[in-house]
Each structure stands twice: as structure tokens, then as C-alpha cells.
Design a protein around this ligand. Sequence first.
Ligand code: BJW
Ligand code: ZN
Length: 259
Amino acid sequence: MDRPARSFSQPLLDRLRRARRIAVLTGAGISAESGIATFRDPGGLWSRFRPEDLANVDAFLRKPDLVQRWYAERRRIAAEAEPNAGHRALVDLEAMTDDFTLITQNVDGLHRRAGSRNVLELHGNINRNYCIACRAPAPEGFADRLAEGAPADCPSCGGFIRPDVVWFGELLPADATEQAFAAARRADVVLSIGTSGVVFPAAQIPLTGRDHGAYAVEINIEPSAIAGYMDETLIGPAGTVLPELLSALREQAGEPVGE
Ligand code: BJW
Ligand code: ZN
């Protein structure tokens, strides 16, 4: 027998239906159902690798080949993955909203592949690489050459090529960060989806939204570090909860909200 549909609170449905401006922060959890490992969950990337060994510039300078191989493997996994129902529900939500900003910490590119348009990538994208010496973008096909064991140095200056991602202690891209906080400040509703909420400044984005009057909602399989600051936490996989939320919204569409 089918499971009864989840019911959502009336304040949540009303605030979403009325919302002209929505800001969404996503983390690794939204891609989990596409088969991409999260960082901090059991069996996640950091149960096998310590962040300090791979996700900072010193580790890279010590062992560029090891770090590049780790990213090449993750690039392959991301390329083979498909966006899931959670990514797709956010595409639908964007189409229903005048001013919609999707802020992601993910580097896998799945939101854009799903069809989301206004996407801000706070921590970069593993499909891009650049030279740490001359900052030139790596040539097309660099990743394939790397996977074949070819030299992975910059063709212009011989410098190390690194993935275009943000490691600990590095600044986030200024434009994207500014736009993300601005979107949170003007949002009527802010969603925080599939993130542990422990990495800053990203974790501050939903909190900023709430401080500026947005209705703040978390979607996660368990309460995150910032759950206590949210108006609601919806417990469940994003690939299930988001489509259910969209269906509930559509069901209510056309009914008076009593504004
Ligand atoms: C599901 C699900 C399903 C599972 N459905 N949900 C002390 C206090 C405050 C800040 C700092 C501090 N000391 C240092 C800092 C700053 C530091 C920081 O925040 N550190 C904290 C960890 C302590 N931040 C930085 O360094 C940032 N830069 C910065 O601050 O610049 C200024 C500065 C400059 C110089 C010196 C000091 C400051 C940069 C942060 C860069 C983060 N980079 C990484 C790696 C990116 C590249 C790569 O991918 O390899 O970004 S780290 C990693 O964490 C990655 C992620 O984007 C990020 C967040 O992780 P996320 O997405 O939340 O994943 P998980 O695994 O943690 O959580 C998954 C969640 O999904 C869980 O909650 C699950 O329950 C859930 N889930 N399945 C729904 N199906
Ligand atoms: Zn170079």
C-alpha cells in the first residue's frame, strides 16, 4: 500500500505560496541520492580521507598528484551521476518564483545539469581547473590527460594545475558570496537543504535570511548544526521531501490564502 503523503504545516505552505523571493542553500546531502558521497556522513568522503590531507592548499603543494587524482575520481563520479528528484524539484520551484537564487556549496554541477538557472557556486566547480602560478584556466581535456597519467602542469608556465574549488582558509568567490547574502537578506523564504551547517560563511546564509525576516526551513535526514535557528526542520531525504512539498504547493494553488 502507498505511504500516506507527508503533511506540511499551513504556515510553511502559506509562506511559500506568497513568497516572491526565495533563497535556497544546498549542500552535499542533495546530491547523496545521485550517488555522490557527502563529506561528513558515515561512509562519506572524510571517513576515508581527512580534510586536512586533501582539502587545503598546503596538502596540494605537498602532494599535488594525490590531490589531483582524488578530484579526478570525484569528477568521474559526478560526470556519471544524474540529477535526482530533489534537484529537479528546485528547478520547478525556480519556475514558480519571481526572484529565486540557488546557492550551492556543491562542486558537482548537478543543479545546472538539472536545469536550474540562477545558481551561485560558493565553493567552485570540480570541472574547472586553473594554474596556481599564472592563474590561466586549464586547457580542455586536462582532466582526461590527468586520468591517463600524463603530466599535469600548466602548458604556459609549468605551474601546478589545481581544481577550481575553495579549500579551507581560502576566500570564497567575492561576487557569488555577495549575491548569496543579498538574496538571503531580501528573501521571504529561505531553505537550507542537505547541509551539515558547520562550514562558514555558507552556514551563515540561512541565518542571515531568518534575521532579515524570511521563514527559514531546513530539509535534512537529521537536524543539522543550525537546525535550532530554523522555523521548521523537515526530516527526510531531499529527493522525497522536495517533490512532496512541490505537490502540496500545487494542490493548494488557486485556493485563497486569506491574506
Ligand atoms: C541529506 C541527505 C539526503 C545526507 N537528503 N539531506 C571556526 C569557526 C568558524 C569558522 C571557522 C573556524 N575556523 C576556521 C573557520 C573557517 C572555515 C570553516 O568554516 N571551518 C569550520 C569547519 C570550523 N571556513 C573556511 O575556511 C572558508 N573560507 C573562509 O572562511 O575564508 C575566510 C578566511 C580566510 C583565511 C583564514 C580564515 C578564514 C572556506 C570553506 C571551504 C570549504 N570547502 C569544502 C571543500 C570544497 C572542495 C571539495 O569539494 O573538495 O567544501 S569543505 C566541504 O564542506 C565542502 C562542502 O561544500 C562543505 C560543506 O559540507 P556540506 O555540504 O554541508 O556536507 P556534509 O557532508 O557536511 O553534510 C551533508 C548533510 O547532508 C548532512 O547534514 C546529512 O545529514 C545530510 N544528508 N543525505 C537530505 N538524502
Ligand atoms: Zn600557468
